[in-house]
Design a protein around this ligand. Structure first.
Ligand code: SDX
Length: 428
């Protein structure tokens, strides 16, 4: 017999159904409550609310496990490639060889930007944060593809996803070139996804540029690990914007804006700045005390997670990968990495962090690798945005294809005034 929950205010009671997925915590279906009991449910910051059904990504936060479409992220990082993972997230299955070739070809042939869009960059000041530029440029894509995107048409949705995944490296690299005053470098079709990105960022017209395959592979692994993370803040933002029927490029730009915050994807930049500020292992206890002090706004960036109450599996893979990358670049004694390891060691033994189950998250170690690859600190969050684009697009496509989709519209507990009379300005 299906399990139900009973809710009663003493006079009337309602039976609430349980919604069960294939894995994970079941959810109580509270949709009828307002009608039967005259109450809403209260859950600011959505700590206990499932906003949708999804078969894309599963996290077991207690065990520290993450799967895309049923495949463990560790196995994908080890054996797959970012573009293959993109196909998997978008389509639900790993591609066969023909499907993969067609997908790679589709992505490769959508990498260029409309020349009118390229002119938009000149409107940004040279020191604009690249995430601000990304938000603007991606939002502007909606002006280029507005009449060609029918959100109800699966074929249009597929082309949108391909365009987005293809253009993000070009858009982000151009934001970087704008910030350093160098000419923008266009995509080269014979290069793979991350090699192309590295070339568009670091090549200059005056010299030949050879992509370092170790750097391209390291970026590819990082991108796999960042590709999706179920209903995180930026993905939920994309879903919310998309639920109105908004243009999908505009919806993705809302995700980029949400990702930029230091509590979310902006943490990778904040971690590097924090490590630079701490400076030395001898300062670690002082900064841990600051992080524990409720009167001090300082938080240990790259630590803690809403869902993981155990190691973030992505942080484990990245930490292991840091060793390999630093060794390749003869940077074994990298001070920031040593400091990060020491901070992690001390925090994981500290009662405050142990009690609250605060572990390093995906953003804690990624910046060390980005830095070793020569990627400037203000481009760390754009790297996350490029990788997460497939997650945003997959969730948007899943939602738009769901016949149950309705506009997302939360309710509130009102705490303001009751009705009062307008007072003329002279009498206030
Ligand atoms: C990402 O959601 C996703 O899936 C996101 C993400 C993805 O792939 O999409 O995984 C990517 O956003 C990773 C998170 C990056 N952010 C940071 O590293 C910033 C630092 N961490 C936090 O501010 C915080 O831990 C969050 C935002 C990540 C989670 O916030 P929650 O779930 O609201 O947890 P909380 O703030 O309520 O913390 C619970 C307790 C509190 O203490 P008490 O009030 O119980 O005494 O733990 C404390 C917090 O003060 N705490 C920290 C801390 N994080 C939480 N204390 C010191 N340093 C920290 N980093």
């Amino acid at each position: 017999m299906a399990k139900t929950y009973q809710i009663s205010d003493g006079n009337t009671s309602s039976e609430l159904d349980l919604v069960e997925g294939t894995l994970g915590t079941p959810a109580v279906d509270v949709r009828g409550l307002a009608g039967t009991q005259g109450v809403f449910t209260y859950d600011p910051a959505f700590t206990a609310t499932c906003s949708c059904d999804s078969d894309i990504t599963f996290i077991d936060g207690e065990a520290g496990k993450l799967m895309y479409r049923g495949y463990s992220v560790e196995q994908l990082a080890e054996q797959s490639s970012y573009l293959e993972v993109c196909y998997l997230l978008l389509n639900g299955e790993l591609p066969n060889k023909t499907e993969m070739d067609e997908f790679r070809d589709a992505i490769t042939h959508h990498t260029m930007l409309n020349e009118s869009l390229v002119k938009f960059y000149d409107g940004f000041h040279y020191d604009a944060h690249p995430m601000a530029v990304l938000t603007g440029i991606v939002g502007s894509l909606s002006a280029f593809y507005h009449d060609k995107t029918d959100v109800r048409d699966p074929e249009h949705r597929k082309i949108f996803a391909h365009r987005m995944i293809a253009k993000m490296p070009t858009i982000a690299a151009a934001a970087y070139k704008h910030s350093v005053g160098q000419p923008k470098i266009g995509p080269k079709n014979q290069l793979d996804y991350t090699s192309n990105l590295l070339r568009m960022m670091f090549a200059v017209p005056a010299e030949e540029y050879e992509v370092d395959p170790v750097a391209a592979k390291a970026l590819d692994v990082l991108f796999i690990l960042h590709a999706d993370h179920e209903q995180n803040a930026s993905t939920s933002t994309v879903r919310m914007a998309g639920s109105t029927g908004a243009n999908p490029y505009a919806a993705i730009s809302t995700g980029i804006a949400a990702l930029w915050g230091p509590a979310h994807g902006g943490a990778n930049e904040a971690v590097l700045n924090m490590l630079a500020e701490i400076g030395d292992a001898s300062q670690v206890p002082k900064y841990l005390d600051k992080a524990k002090d409720k009167n001090d706004p300082f938080k240990l960036m790259g630590f803690g997670h809403r869902v993981y109450k155990n190691f973030d599996p992505r942080a484990k893979v990245i930490r292991g990968y840091c060793h390999q990358v630093l060794e390749h670049y003869n940077m074994q004694n990298n001070k920031l990495f040593e400091l990060a390891l020491e901070l992690e060691r001390v925090a994981l033994e500290d009662e405050y962090f142990v009690e609250r189950k605060l572990y390093p998250n995906v953003d804690f170690y990624s910046g060390i690798i980005y830095q070793a690859l020569g990627i400037p600190v203000n481009m760390f969050t754009p790297m996350f945005a490029i990788a997460r684009t497939v997650g945003w697009a997959s969730h948007w496509c899943e939602m738009m294809g769901d016949p149950k989709m309705r506009i997302a519209r939360p309710r509130q507990v009102y705490t303001g005034y009751d009705l009062r009379d307008y007072v003329d300005i002279d009498k206030r």
